[in-house]
Ligand binder design. Structure first.
Ligand code: GLN
Length: 381
C-alpha cells in the first residue's frame, strides 16, 4: 500500500458507475443528470473554445469571479474558481486545518451520513474528522434532522472548523434557518470556521435553503458548483466564496494553495459559465429545473411507496433516501443481478452504522430510466 493510500480509496460513486456500466444496470447511484446541459451554456462554450485556450489565473477568470460574485451577492475579489466543488473542498481542507504541534490534528466537525470526500480530504490534510450523526425520525413526515445537542457536545479545544452541506448530500435534508442560527452561535462561541458546501443551492422542493454566509459572513466559506447548477458535472468548474472584508487577501491565499492542484480550471469552460450564470438566473432556468426534478422525485418516491418501500422525501438535492428493507439485496447484488445501481447509506457511515437496506437513489435521471428502475426493483423486493 502506498504510504497515504489508507486515507483514501476508490470513490463509491466511481465504483457504482463502473459496476452499473459493466452489468447494464440503471444508474441511480452517482449524482449526474441524464439530460444535456442547457443550450445557452453549450453555445457559450463553443464560442470560447479556439479563442480562450490557455491558462487562466489560478483564482479564476475575472469575468467568472465577477459573475459568481454577482450571483451570490459577494465581491468577485473574494471568489476563487476551482476545478469542481471537490477541489474547492480539498483546497479549503488544505488551507484551513491540518496537523497540530502536539502531534494530533485540528478537529473538523462534519455531519453523518457524511458526503464521501469530507473524511479523506481532512485526513490527507493532516486534520482529524469528527462526525456527528443526523437523527432519522422514522414514519410519515419523518426525515433527517440536525442534532444540535450532539454537535455542541462534539466541540473540543482542538476543533477548528465546521463542515456542512445544506441541502445535505446524501440525505436531501435542508436545514432550517433556526437550526443554522444555532450552528452559527456555536461557531462564534468557539471561533470556528464554517465551510458550507452549497452545491445544491438552487435545487430545493420546499423552503429555499438559507446560505450560511448570510448568517455568518465573517467566518463562512461557501462552496458552489457550476456542474450541479448547470447540469455539466464533467466540466469541473466550481468555486469558493471567502468571507468578505479582507480586500481579496483571503482569496489570494486560497488561490496560492489552489494553484498547486490543477493550477486553474479549464479556461474556455470558465468563460462559458461566466456567460451562462446571469442567463440562467434571469431566464428562470433554476425554477424550471426544480419543477422538472420535483416531478421525477414524485415519480420515484411514489413508485417506491407503491412497492412498500419507506421513502424519506428530500427538501433539496436530486437524491432521496429509501429503506428497501433488511431483506432487499445489498447494493452489490442489486447492481449485479437486480439491474439497478444505488448507493448504500453505509458508504456514508463513519462512526455510526447505517441501518441495512437504507440506500440513496438519484432522480436526476430520465423518466424512462426511473420507470425501468422501479420495474426492476419490483422484481427483487
Ligand atoms: N456529488 C455526486 C454524488 O453525490 C458525485 C460526486 C462525484 O462522484 N465526484 O453522487
Amino acid at each position: 500500500l502506498l504510504p497515504r493510500a489508507r486515507a483514501s480509496q476508490e470513490s463509491i460513486f466511481a465504483r457504482m458507475s463502473r459496476l452499473a456500466a459493466r452489468y447494464g444496470a440503471v444508474n441511480l447511484g452517482q449524482g449526474f443528470p441524464s439530460d444535456a446541459p442547457p443550450a445557452f451554456l453549450l453555445e457559450a462554450a463553443r464560442g470560447a473554445v479556439g479563442r480562450l485556450d490557455q491558462y487562466a489565473p489560478p483564482s479564476g477568470l475575472p469575468a467568472l469571479r465577477d459573475a459568481i460574485g454577482a450571483d451570490l451577492g459577494v465581491d468577485g475579489a473574494d471568489v476563487v474558481v476551482t476545478s469542481g466543488a471537490t477541489e474547492a473542498l480539498n483546497v479549503l481542507a488544505l488551507s484551513l486545518y491540518g496537523p497540530r504541534e502536539d502531534g494530533t490534528g485540528d478537529e473538523v466537525l462534519m455531519l453523518e451520513p457524511v458526503f464521501d470526500v469530507y473524511v479523506p480530504q481532512a485526513r490527507l490534510a493532516g486534520a482529524t474528522p469528527v462526525t456527528v450523526a443526523l437523527r432519522l425520525d422514522p414514519g410519515p413526515g419523518g426525515g433527517w434532522r440536525l442534532d444540535l445537542g450532539a454537535l455542541r457536545g462534539a466541540v473540543t479545544p482542538r476543533t477548528r472548523a465546521l463542515l456542512l452541506n445544506t441541502p445535505h448530500n446524501p440525505t436531501g435534508a435542508v436545514f432550517t434557518r433556526a437550526e443554522l442560527e444555532e450552528v452559527v452561535a456555536l461557531a462564534r462561541e468557539h471561533d470556528l470556521w464554517i465551510v458550507s458546501d452549497e452545491v445544491y443551492d438552487e435545487l430545493y422542493f420546499g423552503a429555499p435553503p438559507v446560505a450560511l454566509r448570510t448568517l455568518a459572513p465573517e467566518r463562512t466559506f461557501t462552496v458552489g458548483s457550476a456542474g450541479k447548477r448547470l447540469e455539466a458535472t464533467g466540466w469541473r468548474v466550481g468555486w469558493i466564496a471567502c468571507p468578505p472584508g479582507s480586500g481579496g487577501r483571503l482569496a489570494g491565499q486560497i488561490a496560492g494553495i489552489r494553484q498547486q492542484g490543477s493550477f486553474c480550471a479549464p479556461t474556455p469552460l470558465q468563460a462559458a459559465v461566466a456567460a451562462a450564470l446571469p442567463v440562467a438566473r434571469a431566464g428562470g432556468f433554476y425554477a424550471g429545473l426544480r419543477q422538472e426534478y420535483a416531478g421525477r422525485m414524485a415519480l420515484l418516491a411514489g413508485g417506491l411507496e407503491a412497492l412498500g418501500v419507506a421513502v424519506y422525501r428530500p427538501g433539496g438535492t436530486y437524491f432521496l433516501t429509501a429503506h428497501l428493507g433488511a431483506a432487499a439485496p445489498d447494493a452489490g447484488r442489486l447492481v449485479e443481478s437486480g439491474g439497478v445501481a444505488a448507493i448504500p447509506l453505509e458508504a456514508f457511515a463513519q462512526a455510526h452504522a447505517a441501518p441495512p437496506g437504507l440506500v440513496r437513489l438519484a432522480f436526476c435521471k430520465s423518466r424512462a430510466d426511473i420507470a425501468l428502475a422501479l420495474e426492476r426493483l419490483s422484481a427483487v423486493l
